[in-house]
Ligand binder design. Structure first.
Ligand code: GZL
Length: 306
């Protein structure tokens, strides 16, 4: 309620708080949907948002966090582009008594006092869901199943964990062989280029596992340019479930998508208000998400928000 003097830490006299948000960049459809969710939710929540785009560079995110400290924002939130290298700048935020919320991606720091909460998906589980679909899809085949993998940004939590979860599940069956695995930086352009090299060096690829839809969509262009049929000659599993990915899925060019929701804005605003008011919040907030087959994509597409 306006004017309630709940003794907010920092910030202006009334309820309105200011969040400094350091975004990864604009590398994928998922990322732009995530940015839109955060910006729209801030408006709806009456929160002042200072927003920075790091173009995928950790040093730019660190600079942005330092500028938010100087500006004395009430809360700092960010999606760490990679897992490591955050302790120093987060200690500076802690010393300035500005609480931090992690969104989307985690950090590998052992000092959990450096942030109040982490809201994002369980990327290992996402990798496992992809692996479980593959095990089921090939349960009647004993011949080797040759897999190529397009990894996300090197060092990023979703790349590390989606790889680990998938590998853990397919390790149960020796017929599954990852014959090539390389980063496509979560982008269509790189996904296409790397898939072209995979196709040049392997003529027996059965499956592509791409850590996000955008790399899978780039790979589809390379597969079609090579005269092969995506979804049939090479089965494709991706992660995210953004509109373009779901469209390709509904057309049978992708066979299975593991959803990773970018719509973290509303929950982030709730967390930030509580944290700014000095209330305790859950250390880990998991996002709701599911999986899609082509049939399910056809049904879901009309009301997809991103
Ligand atoms: C996952 C997010 C990843 C998406 C990619 O939460 O960090 O980064 O899967 C995005 O599309 O680039």
């Amino acid at each position: 309620a306006c004017g309630d003097d709940s003794g907010d830490a920092g910030g202006s006299g009334d309820d309105q708080i200011t969040i400094g948000f350091a975004q990864v960049g604009a590398e994928s459809g998922w990322r732009t949907a995530n940015t839109k969710s955060i910006q729209e939710s801030a408006k709806e929540a009456g929160v002042e948002l200072k927003f920075s785009d790091a173009q995928g560079k950790q040093e730019n995110q660190i600079k942005a966090i330092r500028s938010f400290i100087t500006q004395r924002v009430d809360v700092i939130a960010f999606s760490p582009v990679v897992e490591s290298g955050w302790d120093t700048v987060l200690k500076e935020a802690q010393d300035a008594e500005i609480p931090v919320i992690l969104t989307d991606r985690a950090i590998d720091s052992t000092d959990e006092t450096l942030y109040e909460s982490f809201i994002g998906s369980d990327f290992v589980l996402e990798g496992k869901k992809a692996g479980e679909w593959l095990v089921d899809e090939y349960q009647d085949q004993s011949d080797p199943v040759n897999i190529v993998e397009l990894q996300g940004t090197p060092g990023a939590a979703p790349a590390n964990d989606r790889k680990a979860g998938f590998a853990e599940v397919i390790a149960a069956e020796p017929k599954f062989k990852v014959i090539a695995s390389q980063t496509g930086q979560f982008t269509r352009t790189d996904g296409k280029q790397v898939m072209e090299t995979f196709l040049k060096s392997h003529d027996d690829i059965d499956v592509l596992y791409a850590h996000n839809d955008d790399m899978g969509l780039g790979a589809i262009e390379a597969i079609e340019a090579a005269g092969l049929t995506p979804g049939k000659d090479i089965e494709i599993i991706t992660v995210d479930a953004v509109k373009d990915g779901m469209t390709a899925l509904s057309e049978g060019k992708i066979n299975f998508i593991v959803e990773c929701s970018p719509l973290l804005g509303p929950q982030l605003m709730d967390l930030a208000k509580k944290v700014a008011a000095g209330e305790s919040v859950e250390k880990r907030v998991l996002t709701e998400e599911t999986t899609f087959t082509p049939e399910q994509a056809k049904e879901a597409l009309p009301e997809r928000k991103y």
